[in-house]
Design a protein around this ligand. Structure first.
Ligand code: NAD
Length: 258
């Protein structure tokens, strides 16, 4: 049994989809969790995020408003963890995805993708590492990349660029932080059913083309659920992975390597 009692986790984008499952799973295993996310999610009817978190986490999670494109707001989120004992697990999960043709992606769309998905991870990890090193505390940083940061896909060149950046910056973070007993690993999810894929990308609606193909061709014959990713993050956050750093773990039902 994995026991994270005494650990304090910060999960960016923790209010929805994969991040929500990660937050709840770390809390179920004893960690105190800071859920850092935008003030509201239009996909949730625009209700204030803090009300949902308060209800769902029943005291095991604390919500902090945080836009990951603002390094100072990431610092605020990490600061909130100090009052609980200090961050020891940092999960940089917040991200966006868009399906756009290469020739249609303008500069603003490119910048937005890189700002949230890559810059947000960079400064989230930096803020957490700074605190861990200051306190002389061991820690684990887990960054959400994607199989789209391992192989390319035609309708998301900017997304692939951002996720490839996350994967390789994670290796570099492991090199920089290992001497401080801080591990850094990436998780590369395959197709996971979440508000991102359901609502933003419309992959479970009328146009199920890519979803059907995934189910037909991935060895395990299904798309993933947020819990599949949360379980990998739990492992990478816990002492079970104590000798694992600078690694990226593909969690995709076998789709990429077969
Ligand atoms: P989601 O859209 O359901 O959740 C993303 C969360 O991030 C939301 O709560 C959103 O409010 C938050 N967020 C967005 N922009 C933010 C910002 N600027 N500051 C703070 N929070 C912000 O998406 P998901 O499917 O749960 O994805 C989570 C992560 O997993 C992302 O990094 C995504 O790229 C990655 N991923 C998802 C899939 C998939 O198939 N769903 C596959 C590979 C990788």
């Amino acid at each position: 049994e994995i026991d994270l009692t005494g650990d304090v986790a910060v999960v960016t984008g923790g209010a929805s989809g994969i991040g929500r499952r990660i937050s709840l799973t770390l809390a179920e295993h004893g960690a105190d969790v800071v859920v850092a996310d935008l003030q509201s999610d239009p996909r949730e009817g625009g209700d204030p995020t803090h009300e949902r978190i308060d209800a769902e986490f029943e005291g095991t999670g604390r919500y902090v408003e945080c836009d990951v494109t603002e390094p100072s707001e990431l610092e605020t989120a990490v600061e909130a963890a100090e009052t609980l004992g200090g961050v020891s697990i940092m999960v940089n999960n917040a991200g966006i995805s868009r399906s756009e043709d290469f020739l249609e992606i303008d500069e603003a769309a490119y910048d937005r993708m890189m700002e949230i998905n890559a810059k947000g991870v960079f400064f989230g990890a930096q803020a957490a590492a700074d605190r861990m090193i200051d306190a002389g505390r061991e820690g684990s940083i887990v960054n959400l990349a994607s199989i789209s940061g391992v192989t390319g896909r035609a309708t998301g060149v900017h997304y692939c660029a951002s996720k490839g950046a996350v994967r390789v910056m994670t290796y570099a973070m492991a090199a920089a932080l290992g001497p401080h007993d801080i591990r850094a690993n990436a998780v590369c999810p395959g197709l996971i059913e979440s508000p991102m894929t359901r609502q933003d990308l419309g992959m479970f609606g009328e146009d199920r083309g890519a979803t059907d193909t995934y189910e037909r061709t991935a060895p395990l014959g299904r798309v993933g659920q947020p819990q599949d990713i949360a379980d990998a993050v739990l492992y990478l956050s816990s002492p079970l992975s104590g000798f694992v750093t600078g690694e990226s773990v593909i969690v995709d039902g076998g789709a990429t390597n077969t």
